[in-house]
Design a binder for this molecule. Sequence first.
Ligand SMILES: [Zn+2]
Length: 408
Amino acid sequence: MTGWSRRGVLAGATALCCAAPAAARVAPATMLPLVDPGYRPSDATEGALWQHWGRFEQDLAASPALLHAPDLHDYVSGVLANLLGPRARDVRLYIVHDASFNASMAPNGLTIVQTGLLARMRSEAQLAAVLGHEAGHYLRLHAISREHDVVHKNSVMAFVSVGSGLMAGVAAVNGVDGRGWIDLSNSVNAQLYASLFGFRREQEAEADAFGLRLMAEAGYTPDAAAAVWQQQLEEAQASAAARSKHYRPRASILDSHPPDAVRMADLTLSAREVVVRPAPGRDGRAEYRRAIAPYRAMLLDEQIRVNDPGASLYLLNALAADGWDGTLRFYEGEAYRLRGAPGDDALEAQAFAAATERPDAPPAAWRAHGYALIKAGRADDGKQALARYLALAPTATDAAMVRFALAQ
Ligand SMILES: [Zn+2]
């Protein structure tokens, strides 16, 4: 997958994909791994690629863009282990703060999962679908086969040579939380990065087929793969429909993986082929919700800050198909507040009010609800809500400001 830059991927796609006829469906049963456990580079060219990736990984390991969440890291690593079996020992996972829907797996085992991917998945099976696709690229040595293409090789060299400087610059610009790392990398070397993971159409078909096979073998329901792509297609449509002049399109996996009719039909056919067990596969919805719960507000916050209200509202509603809660309602209000279209005032106030009716409402929902009530002329109710906010978050950075508002 990947596609950290729309522009970069489109450039790559013109050169690599679009001139070629659509690839025929690949049958999952024909997919065999080219990578054994403990796999090492097989020749000098491959060795050079590994070295470059190794250097990139060193920088990434020290990057402020990394999410440090040992429990979530273990959970996602566990899903990788379910898919890869003994080969999982050769894979190292890094979760990176970035609101876009993306993930990638490099030939040396360096695996990057963007927080935007985790924000969007509704079940462990959906996460397995995306990781399985990446594992498909990895196990079929797709990046290596591209390395033997001279043009691509030059891109890799150029990319890696700017890597260290890029990471240092990122740390300086972003301070400690590292947000915006990907945005900066987009502006610096988007085309080069895209060239690293810009797979050919037939390689994408292989990765889809292999991913489904890995999912089924790990006991996940393979239907989750088509569901993931359908969800992302709908999100992209919602985003486009709501696009305003303030909206800047985000790079996403959709750039390099268009879920067109052919691809969706192939996924559905292949999903039927790989069902080998008498019992339907595991969806792992509750497990995923449990693992993501402590980070959900942060993930939604990152998405809201992208300022793509169409995509954000679609995502919140998609997640709410499993039940609304205080956190989802609060960020729904935030999405309306940021959109600021005619009538959004009322929708925003409604969402904040609904958030406070839930036992898990974040403290900020009480603050937002309080200000909305005051704005609507209900000063006493508003002050009560603000007092509730202060009681829940007495040390909040804006506590003094809220106390001042209460004294008015
Ligand atoms: Zn792919």
